[in-house]
Design a protein around this ligand. Structure first.
Ligand code: BDR
Ligand code: CA
Length: 291
């Protein structure tokens, strides 16, 4: 089984990705690091505990990091994911579980042999690089974030994860081994009310559907993070480009935009750009995560 660590900001689509990974017989989830993103990290930790409880995996360790972007202010995405991060869900269990004493970056560095599935802003990844650049360069990271051809979801140019902490995204993409699973592919995967059978899942996803109705004009939702897991399991169903990736950090409308760089010092990475058959991908994800 392939060993992975999930760095996440749960979050509705994070929840689906986490389920997908935990339920795959091919993957061994070693632990989690939580980053502030969709919601502040302490809320993300609560959501993660609830998810792990539901999946009977509450023993897995949870680590947290600095809890805010490398630089400047933090902006959550509670408008997209709900006040607590799981849509209209509020029926949390009282779970007796503490976060682990090691920081997120210490944990990631101590398990540098694991593939990192990064489902949120790249803050914990950048912190690992700042702590130990040599070791961090051996990381294999699959990151949901960015966009090369599709338009952004925070602005016309930028995607949320890279926009909210562009300094971290830039460090990670310039220097580390990252496969970028951006909006170019994730925008193709959509769930609709008829895809959801479980009532609690519907309570969670309904918020996401309403958000998309308001801002994207369809009653359904773009499901981003599970494609990171799906790519790890079925890379043959995706096509990618080898590129040097960069993120614009200057203040202004382009802040957070992903671009292809000509800089010779930067590392060559991969950006996924298309999928062979989104219906096939959707069917297998649905089967694993919505039942
Ligand atoms: C990304 O931002 C978050 O809202 C989602 O969880 C996903 O990781 C999409 O832009
Ligand atoms: Ca996420």
């Amino acid at each position: 089984r392939q060993k992975i660590i999930i760095d996440c900001d749960p979050g509705i689509d994070d929840m689906l990705a986490i389920r997908y990974a935990l339920r795959s017989p091919k993957l061994e989830v070693v632990g989690f690091s939580v980053v502030s993103g969709n919601v502040a990290d302490y809320k993300g930790v609560n959501n993660l505990k609830e998810i792990l409880y539901q999946e009977n995996r509450l023993v897995l360790p949870i680590h947290i990091g600095r809890g805010r972007p490398l630089n400047k202010f933090f902006r959550d995405a509670e408008d997209t994911h709900g006040q607590y991060g799981l849509g209209y869900f509020s029926d949390y269990h009282q779970l007796d579980k503490a976060v682990a004493p090691e920081s997120a970056s210490e944990f990631l560095l101590a398990h540098a042999d694991c593939t990192i599935l990064a489902l949120g802003p790249l803050t914990n990844i950048a912190d690992s690089y700042l702590l130990n650049p040599t070791l961090a360069q051996s990381f294999k990271i699959i990151s949901m974030g960015g966009n090369l051809y599709e338009q952004g979801n925070m602005s016309e140019f930028s995607e949320y994860n890279y926009w909210v902490d562009p300094e971290s995204a830039k460090l990670a993409l310039n220097h580390l081994d990252v496969t970028m699973v951006g909006l170019d592919v994730t925008r193709k995967l959509k769930f609709y009310p008829e895809d959801v059978v479980d009532e609690t899942d519907l309570e969670i996803l309904r918020f996401y559907f309403e958000f998309h109705q308001k801002y994207e004009n369809f009653y359904g939702a773009v499901i981003n993070d599970p494609l990171v897991v799906d790519y790890l399991l079925y890379p043959q169903d995706y096509t990618s480009q080898k590129v040097k990736l960069d993120v614009l950090t200057e203040e202004g409308e382009y802040r957070g935009q992903t671009i292809v760089s000509q800089d010779n010092d930067y590392r060559l990475n991969q950006a996924l750009v298309t999928v062979s058959d989104i219906n096939k991908i959707k069917a297998r994800i649905k089967k694993q995560v919505l039942n």
